[in-house]
Design a protein around this ligand. Structure first.
Ligand code: NI
Length: 176
């Protein structure tokens, strides 16, 4: 298993739309394992493939963040087929470090997806899982939670993001 490199806002690649997965093979299994590894390393509760520079419709979720296999959700080619109610929490994103903001979402969602074997299943979710599913599926369509904020808030964050990028590059150089 290995930890993958994340893309960070304002990297334009994060706004790219991902394509459907058509082959359910060993490579897909390995990618999903590495995505979980990366997500846990970064202390996230969800990760979408485009965040690690892979433009395929794959998401991994573990809202408990306890690394228990029974809580790990893998959704390939996920699609929201029903939405209900209104909810919203302060969201964050591994690709948008240092920012949390309230986003309006549906309270309940039903998502149709495929598992690692290519079998179709449905998840009915509410609470944090419902919000996480909407956030991660947005990533597959090239949408980040920051895109819902006002241009003024986005610009403020861009300044912060530039500083964070600089700090990350410096750290990477020092680690070499
Ligand atoms: Ni995210």
């Amino acid at each position: 298993m290995s930890v993958l490199d994340l893309l960070y806002y304002p990297d334009e690649r994060l706004h790219q739309k991902s394509s459907p997965v058509t082959e359910f093979n060993e490579e897909l299994n390995n990618l999903v394992e590495n995505m979980f590894e990366t997500m846990y390393m970064e202390e996230g509760i969800g990760l979408a493939a485009p965040q690690v520079n892979i433009f395929k419709r794959i998401i991994v979720i573990d809202v408990e963040n306890e690394k228990k296999p029974e809580n790990q959700l893998v959704l390939i080619n996920p699609e929201i087929i029903a939405k209900e109610g209104e909810a919203g929490i302060d969201e964050g994103c591994l690709s948008v470090p240092g920012l949390r903001s309230h986003i309006d979402r549906a309270e309940k969602v039903t998502v149709k997806a495929q598992n690692l074997k290519g079998e179709t299943f449905e998840v009915k979710a509410d609470g944090l899982l419902a919000i996480c599913l909407q956030h991660e599926i947005d990533h597959l369509n090239g949408v980040l939670f920051i895109d819902y904020l006002s241009p003024m808030k986005r610009n403020l964050y861009r300044t912060k993001a530039a500083k964070l990028t600089k700090a990350r590059k410096k750290q990477a150089q020092e680690a070499r």
